[in-house]
Design a protein. Structure first.
Length: 278
């Protein structure tokens, strides 16, 4: 999105695409090896005990021989974007003044591709450091339509991921996200509005509102991320890309009657309807 070799100054490019200059010049703060190890374990424990807050996670870590203060656990959770599911596990926080849209999926029956897309961000540990992964997912078929890896959670890489999905696959009827500032800002919602897409946002505390993305994260981490130790951002990007390609093309889903996401998305078979709670 930002071309550092272009004649137009970087600051003006940032203004044109609607992102902060701080995003362009962002340099991540170093994290100690001990904290990186704790963050990786917290991420694993969060998938195993999604209801656990900082108090319970501190006790779990202590039981494994890693005594650490609750305040430090809470600080690391905030940096990772992890919260207990009773509040809504999220990597994003709402921005004061941003418009929050209503949740449109309650009571809906989802039966076809491109009826509803969803998007979310998750924390990805590396051997030395971490990155964030954003995906656009088709609800009916579980197909990953677009994805990006970034060292920050700024809005720019979310907008880029969204625009790539639209360019490749057309537009959905409804686009669902959480209430994070990346998704409530004008740069993101403006793209959706320009394509005449209805905007839906999860209710606070309603983690099941984006349940299929949460299931994707579990698959990505247990089947790919936790089996690796990425040496660099490019290594993480390449390896995750290979996994997501495999996930779309080869991984069957029982909820899709044994089809892969690609088969369900591009095929003509009747899909099992998804009925959401009223």
């Amino acid at each position: 999105m930002i071309d550092r070799e272009h004649d137009l100054p970087v600051t003006k490019q940032a203004a044109v695409v609607g992102i902060a200059r701080s995003t362009v010049y962002y340099l991540p703060r170093p994290v100690s090896a001990s904290d990186l190890a704790l963050m990786r374990r917290i991420d694993e424990l969060h998938l195993e005990f999604p209801f656990a807050g900082s108090r319970m996670l501190r006790r779990l870590l202590a039981s494994e021989g890693s005594p650490v203060g609750r305040r430090h656990v809470k600080t690391l959770m905030q940096r990772m974007g992890v919260e207990a599911l009773y509040r809504k596990p999220r990597t994003t926080k709402p921005e004061p003044g941003h418009k929050i849209y209503p949740y449109l999926l309650r009571g809906m029956e989802i039966t076809r591709p491109n009826q509803v897309w969803a998007m979310d961000i998750t924390y990805i540990p590396m051997a030395k450091g971490f990155v964030y992964l954003a995906v656009v997912l088709d609800w009916a078929t579980r197909r990953v339509l677009s994805w990006r890896v970034s060292i920050t959670m700024e809005a720019a890489f979310c907008v880029e991921t969204l625009e790539d999905a639209l360019a490749r696959h057309g537009r959905p009827e409804i686009f669902n996200t959480d209430q994070g500032s990346q998704f409530t800002g004008a740069a993101f919602t403006g793209v959706l509005a320009a394509h005449d897409i209805k905007i839906s946002m999860d209710g606070k505390g309603a983690w099941r509102d984006n349940v299929f993305v949460e299931r994707l994260w579990r698959s990505v981490k247990y089947e790919e991320v936790y089996l690796r130790a990425y040496d660099s951002v490019s290594d993480a990007r390449q390896s995750i890309g290979r996994y997501l390609d495999l996930y779309n093309r080869r991984r069957p889903h029982s909820s899709l009657d044994g089809m892969t996401p690609d088969q369900a998305y591009f095929g003509n078979e009747t899909l099992l309807p998804i009925r959401l709670a009223a």
